[in-house]
Design a protein around this ligand. Structure first.
Ligand code: URA
Length: 427
């Protein structure tokens, strides 16, 4: 007979008691093995949302999640490893540029990524817009590509932190995603199991992010940095603004096109600035003394991007498909654009067909939104603000509706939000 009963552990957390290591290990292992019922784990997760986990409980919870699966061993690589994880935003195609850029500086970037759900896009969905590109690789292929190309973006295999996969699906349908310890354990268990030596966390703050306030984002960042450092991964977090969409494009193929623009010397300034700021942090984390701006300007990052796409079966020269339905949304008055709401633009891109409501849904390659103005721009009545792209009229109508309240035009300019908000490192 087991030394524990799930109901006692639920009651203990409900009453704000500290859970022992043995209790946490038992309940997570038993849940993964199917011996703790979904309703019991749901109740425990909800108790954690309200009561939290202290430092020791969180470290233990994370350890058990890591131990539920395999750990990649990247120690045979000739280059130092550094990864980046973003907590998710709208128009966030930074990984597509950053991974090859940091590899061009001399590091190996093992970026195991996910697909999008709801209003935020997923890196794999964007890259899958490239004909032939393959998201699923074996561990051997990951290691070989890291050695030969220096960067790999692929799906996290089923073997990495399987406890998180089961817990995340449950949290998604029980209103228990928004918990700092549960988010931290979920993200960091996968990153630690992936085997990277260093990690930069891009913690998004604002209307289009999970964390709406700087205080909550800062606490999440500090918690994840402490977990990473506690597991021997050099970890730094950068809080960055997600009030307005990043760049112009939100939508899978549209974001690939914009990423290539940046890699070939053009593209929106906010994307260039954020990518370079994050790249500087990443090379510093692994002690490489190279200026990423030079590697972007001299075409080295673009060459690595092409190799990275080709190594996974993709055609780096493929032109992204053009949507069958396109329409502009225009300004209804003269004035200054004081707000473009990342959340509303993300929802519009999703409704246009770029995102999915359920994990098994397919996404459109061509659908999405181009935001044609920036906050602070002076516009005239009738000037196009957004370009909507959809595969059919029904999706176009949904996107049009979602974008209606996505912007504000005023007579007075608002003060601009800085892109980089706060840096969090080991204290
Ligand atoms: N991303 C994750 O991987 N896990 C969470 O809990 C939230 C965002």
């Amino acid at each position: 007979m087991s030394a524990f009963a799930a109901v006692d552990i639920i009651r203990a957390k409900r009453d704000n008691e500290v859970l022992s290591n043995d209790a946490i290990t038992w309940v997570l292992d038993a849940y993964v093995a199917g011996q703790v019922a979904e309703e019991q784990m749901s109740a425990l997760l909800m108790a954690i949302v309200f009561r939290g986990l202290n430092e020791a409980e969180l470290a233990n919870w994370t350890d058990v999640m890591i131990a539920s699966g395999e750990r990649l061993d990247l120690s045979s690589l000739s280059r130092p490893t550094v990864d980046k994880h973003s907590t998710g935003g709208v128009g966030d195609k930074i990984s597509l540029i950053l991974a090859p850029l940091v590899a061009a500086c001399g590091a190996a970037v093992p970026q195991l990524s996910g697909r999008g759900l709801g209003h935020t896009g997923g890196t794999l969905d964007k890259l899958e817009a490239i004909p032939g590109w393959r998201a699923v690789l074996t561990n051997r292929e990951v290691l070989d590509q890291l050695e030969s190309v220096g960067a790999v973006i692929c799906a996290a295999g089923d073997g990495l932190a399987p406890a998180d996969r089961k817990l995340y699906s449950l949290r998604d349908v029980t209103g228990t995603v928004e918990s700092i310890p549960l988010i931290s354990a979920s993200i960091m268990s996968k990153k630690i199991a992936e085997g990277t030596g260093a990690l930069l966390l891009d913690v998004k703050v604002g209307r289009g992010a999970f964390m709406k306030t700087r205080e909550r984002a800062s606490e999440l960042a500090r918690t994840m940095v402490a977990l990473g450092e506690g597991h021997g991964v050099k970890t730094v977090a950068q809080l960055t603004a997600m009030d307005a969409p990043l760049g112009r494009a939100a939508g899978n193929g549209l974001e690939v096109t914009e990423s290539v623009e940046v890699l070939t010397g053009g593209g929106p300034q906010d994307i260039i600035d954020l990518t370079l700021a994050l790249a500087r942090e990443m090379v510093a984390l692994v002690g490489i003394d190279v200026d990423p701006a030079e590697k972007l300007a001299d075409g080295s990052a673009y060459r690595v991007y092409r190799d990275m796409i080709a190594a996974q079966g993709g055609d780096p020269d493929a032109v992204m498909p053009v949507a069958a339905q396109r329409e502009e949304l225009v300004a209804t008055r003269d004035g200054i654009v004081t707000s473009i709401d990342a959340f509303e633009v993300g929802v519009a891109a999703w409704r246009l067909g770029a995102g999915r409501a359920r994990k098994e849904d397919a996404v459109s390659t061509a659908a999405g939104v181009l935001t044609l103005v920036r906050e602070g721009d002076i516009v005239e009545q009738g000037q196009p603000l957004f370009e909507l792209h959809a595969d059919d009229e029904a999706h176009l109508a949904l996107g049009r509706e979602a974008l209606r309240d996505a912007f504000v035009i005023s007579d007075q300019a608002a003060s601009p939000t800085p892109l980089l908000i706060e840096r969090v490192a080991k204290s």
